[in-house]
Design a binder for this molecule. Structure first.
Ligand code: GLN
Length: 214
């Protein structure tokens, strides 16, 4: 029977992915405003990794699906061959979606060229604040931050159904604008445009369990 130098080394090897270091957070970078998320992550000492090809998903601790145009992003997910990898990733690892990102993570949404990724059991109604109000900012009530956060809404979706098992953690006039199911969280607004990294910090720390500076 072979003596077990290798085996012992194998058994005593520390468990876990890799030594502590800054969290590696992917930014889905097909289209939309991923650059501003990069700045928020930098402010938190996290490493931001652009994701535009399937191989970019390897070794990431979490993923951000930014705002933009959900129809275009869905088409590009197919065209780049990223869809299968992203579908798998968001079922296994932490993900934050903002605006169009919420639409992509939702169970159902309207007028899309392909099915959504379906990891948060909500229905999203696209561009649902009315044509006259394409864009506005408002003080959102964010429970885990213990108060107000300045939310920028740009042709934002509305959450019209919240499934069982979904936590509403942010509201605007009592209406859900931040939802979470397990390790997937999403906002109908843009938290990356106001230079306030508290929601990114909350995501990294509380949703993704990745620690972080604040
Ligand atoms: N209106 C866009 C859509 O439906 C979302 C807008 C945004 O992400 N700011 O995809």
């Amino acid at each position: 029977m072979p003596v077990a130098g290798g085996e012992v080394a194998e058994l005593t090897k520390p468990r876990g992915r890799r030594p502590a270091g800054p969290p590696r957070v992917g930014l889905l970078s097909l289209q939309g405003d991923y650059e501003k998320h990069r700045e928020a992550l930098r402010a938190l000492d996290a490493e931001a990794v652009r994701v535009s090809l399937p191989e970019h998903l390897a070794g990431l601790d979490a993923l951000i699906v930014p705002g933009g145009e959900s129809t275009t992003m869905l088409r590009l997910l197919e065209a780049t061959g990223l869809r299968a990898g992203v579908e798998r990733f968001v079922r296994e690892k932490p993900v934050l979606g903002t605006c169009a990102g919420l639409i992509l993570l939702s169970r159902t949404a309207d007028r899309l060229p392909a099915p959504t990724l379906g990891v948060i059991d909500v229905t999203a109604a696209r561009n649902a604040w009315g044509r006259q109000v394409h864009s506005f900012s408002a003080a959102v009530d964010v429970a885990p931050l213990g108060g107000a956060f300045d939310g920028v809404f740009i042709r934002a979706p509305r959450v019209t159904r919240v499934g069982r098992g979904v936590e509403v953690f942010a509201t605007l006039d009592g209406e859900p604008v931040g939802v979470r199911q397990g390790r997937a969280a999403a906002l109908t607004f843009h938290p990356e445009l106001t230079g306030d990294p508290r929601l990114h910090a909350w995501f990294l720390r509380e949703v993704a369990g990745l620690g972080g500076r604040r």
